[in-house]
Design a protein around this ligand. Structure first.
Ligand code: PGA
Length: 251
């Protein structure tokens, strides 16, 4: 049985005290959620230790937004997977479109990062998604299929148990434009088929596939009602505890 997950990607928002306050509010409000929904928050690196402390005693999991593609050593400014684990993370997001677009994150680099993350015992939320130009050219299925094959086909069926996929159409991120439930569902179904081709039906059925891109309380219900949408990766709406929890309540 695959898990339903609602993950909040805080991006480069909040100071440490603001982040701790937000985490505490999420932890408090999460108590009323059904047990089959897992909540994850992904604050900036600087907040991880304090947020881990704020989440203690709750079931909200802690995620990083990225990790280094090297194990350790002379890589100024980078944060290793062991550091994330020691800070209390159980997840890391990888391959977010903002990292691909602004920081030159390639599929090849992502393979290295996913390897390190899994070896350290972290679960990975791997983001894929097409940009507006690719969507308008009708290439969205091809782009997403290629991203999935380039990265996830390098891993085993057993390793897939620690990997969550997030489909995030770049044109819908932070723009207020959401993919329609039909547009999202057809890509999610495609991703599940691509996973099935390599790993078999059981693994594909068990993989959690999240939707991300202007997901909010008003549209979450319709999106999450789709058979292949297993939750959301939430940006803007994750910065308000009430909205984030309302999204999780949409199942
Ligand atoms: P958004 O961001 O919800 O603000 O569109 C989603 C994401 O980038 O993960």
């Amino acid at each position: 049985m695959r898990k339903f997950i609602v993950a909040g990607n805080w991006k480069m928002n909040t100071t440490v005290p603001q982040g701790v306050e937000l985490a505490k509010a999420v932890a408090e409000k999460s108590k009323e959620l059904p047990a089959n929904v897992e909540l994850v928050v992904a604050p900036p690196f600087t907040h991880l230790v304090c947020v881990a402390d704020a989440l203690k005693g709750s079931k909200v999991a802690l995620s990083a937004q990225n990790c280094a593609d090297k194990e350790k050593g002379a890589y100024t400014g980078e944060v290793s997977v062991d550091m994330l684990v020691s800070a209390g993370c159980s997840y890391t997001i990888l391959g977010h479109s903002e990292r691909r677009q602004y920081y030159g994150e390639t599929d090849a680099k992502l393979v290295e990062k996913v390897k390190l993350a899994l070896a350290a015992g972290l679960k990975v939320i791997l983001c894929v998604g097409e940009n507006l130009e690719e969507r308008e050219a009708g290439r969205h299925f091809a782009v997403v299929t290629e991203q999935i094959k380039n990265v996830l086909y390098q891993f085993s069926a057993a390793e897939m148990a620690s990997i969550v996929v997030a489909y995030e159409p770049v044109w819908a991120i932070g723009t207020g434009k959401t993919a329609s439930a039909e547009q999202a569902e057809e890509i999610h179904a495609c991703i599940r088929n691509v996973l099935e081709e390599k790993f078999g039906k059981a693994v594909a059925d068990d993989t959690t596939i999240l939707y991300g891109g202007s997901c909010k309380p008003s549209n979450a219900k319709e999106l999450f009602a789709q058979p292949d949408i297993d939750g959301g990766l939430i940006g803007g709406a994750a910065l308000k505890a009430d909205d984030f929890i309302a999204i999780a309540e949409s199942f």
